[in-house]
Design a protein around this ligand. Structure first.
Ligand SMILES: *Cc1c(COP(=O)(O)O)cnc(C)c1O
Length: 426
């Protein structure tokens, strides 16, 4: 064996996986079972008491899911990960470990529309209060910090406009405030940006998007960077205080730099229940094997399409950080030098009606609410994903009435451009 550390593409194919010890199966099998037989009563007791690691019941862990967890942890440079049923489930499980009723977290205003809804409405009933800040004004994060702030949440590449967040600047604010920085890395994937390298303490993904990559399976994942000290100031009792449901053990004291991932599993996933099906884990693992190839193609196609749109007379503006004229281009060069992602927006001179009309005329692009598929996708956020927001909030989140969002697939770029050309011209 050479002592070379494996590169990203090698990890994408191999991390976490071994040939199956009993059958020799080379692809990771789908362990489609709810439960696992104990060796004996002592073994069972030690598993339940967290004295030994092992499989109990698929709501808490599953061997197929474990390969996915190890692989994404390796790709992101974290200490451990926990796979869950969806990106939104990952967000709930993360915040459940950090917030008590009445606590606050600061979130970037430019976010996936579903996250804006989840934070604004669903979390209210848990007593978790979101305070919004603006990634274009890092001081707004500092101003939002109060003694009840428990976390900061941003996207690396932000939905829907594809803007690039200055992760290091926000991480400095989080450090000063003594709270963890959570980065939703869905639109970048670890191929483009590894937030932990820039100061993130926790990374979350919707695996549904680029990591799975084929528009066929929902999933989410939480990656623990292992960097945060949960014991300071009694701010994070789920991690620092004795847990009555596990004979009084303290998670940080027992599990050290992967205590957060353990908390998410044994306090979050076990009790809230959003487990990922092993079948979906298998589909997503298969997708991840080609992540570097797909992601580069997504980015190269997106840049070509953005350049075409920027030169089209019906287009008012293109918001793609891969274009040298874009406001986020310098940040893209720093954080995402291989490409600025494949999800971006543009606006039409014809406003709302032109946006609706374009969407109806496109043939190769699918009109639907998803991103990060092999297929190219289009949506008009103002009438769909962001329709619950008022006009001012729509504009602030990058989803004004004239804005169309594209998620560029891995087809031939010439075909994508031809489809846009006929739909814009006709
Ligand atoms: C889709 C998405 C989510 C939510 O993920 P689901 O798997 O649909 O629950 C969260 N964040 C971003 C950036 C997304 O694109």
């Amino acid at each position: 064996m050479s002592d070379r550390l494996p590169g990203f593409s090698t990890l994408a194919v191999h991390a976490g996986a071994q040939p199956d010890p009993t059958t020799g199966a080379r692809a990771t099998p789908i362990y489609q079972t709810t439960s696992f037989v104990f060796n004996d009563a002592d073994h069972a007791a030690s598993l339940f008491g967290l004295q030994a690691f092992g499989n109990i019941y698929t709501r808490i862990g599953n061997p197929t899911n474990a390969v996915l967890e190890e692989r994404v942890a390796a790709l992101e440079g974290g200490t451990a990960a926990l796979a869950v049923a969806s990106g939104h489930a990952a967000q709930v499980v993360v915040l459940q470990q950090l917030l008590q009723p009445g606590d606050e977290f600061i979130a970037a205003r430019k976010l996936y529309g579903g996250s804006i809804n989840q934070f604004t409405h669903a979390f209210k009933s848990f007593g978790w209060n979101v305070v919004w800040a603006d990634t274009d004004d890092i001081a707004s994060f500092e101003r939002a910090v109060t003694p009840r702030t428990k976390a900061i949440f941003i996207e690396s590449i932000a939905n829907p406009g594809g803007s690039i967040t200055d992760i290091e600047a926000v991480s400095t604010v989080a450090r000063k405030a003594g709270v963890p920085l959570i980065v939703d890395n869905t639109l970048a994937s670890p191929y483009l940006i590894r937030p932990i390298d820039h100061g993130a303490d926790i990374v979350v993904h919707s695996l549904t998007k680029f990591l799975g990559g084929h528009g066929n399976s929902l999933g989410g994942i939480i990656v623990d960077a292992g960097t945060f000290d949960w014991s300071t100031g009694g701010k994070y009792p789920m991690l620092s205080e004795p847990r009555p449901e596990y004979h009084g053990i303290k998670l940080q004291e027992t599990f050290g730099n992967f205590a957060f991932a353990i908390a998410c599993r044994v306090l979050g996933l076990r009790d809230l229940g959003p487990a990922l099906s092993p079948f979906n884990a298998f589909m997503i693992l298969t997708g991840i094997e080609t992540l570097p190839l797909r992601m580069q193609r997504h980015c190269d196609n997106a840049k070509a399409v953005a350049e075409f749109l920027a030169g089209h007379p019906a287009v008012a503006s293109v918001s793609y950080a891969g274009l040298p004229s874009d406001k986020y281009h310098q940040l893209a060069r720093k954080y995402a030098p291989k490409g600025a992602g494949a999800v971006f927006t543009f606006s039409l001179k014809g406003g709302y009606d032109a946006g609706v009309s374009l969407v109806s005329k496109l043939q190769l692009f699918s009109h639907l609410a998803n991103v990060g598929d092999t297929r190219s996708l289009v949506i008009h956020p103002a009438s769909t994903t962001h329709s619950q927001l008022d006009d001012a909030a729509k504009i602030k989140s990058g989803a004004g009435p004239d804005v169309v969002r594209l998620s560029i697939g891995i087809e031939d770029k010439e075909d994508l451009i031809a489809d846009l050309e006929q739909a814009l011209g006709a």
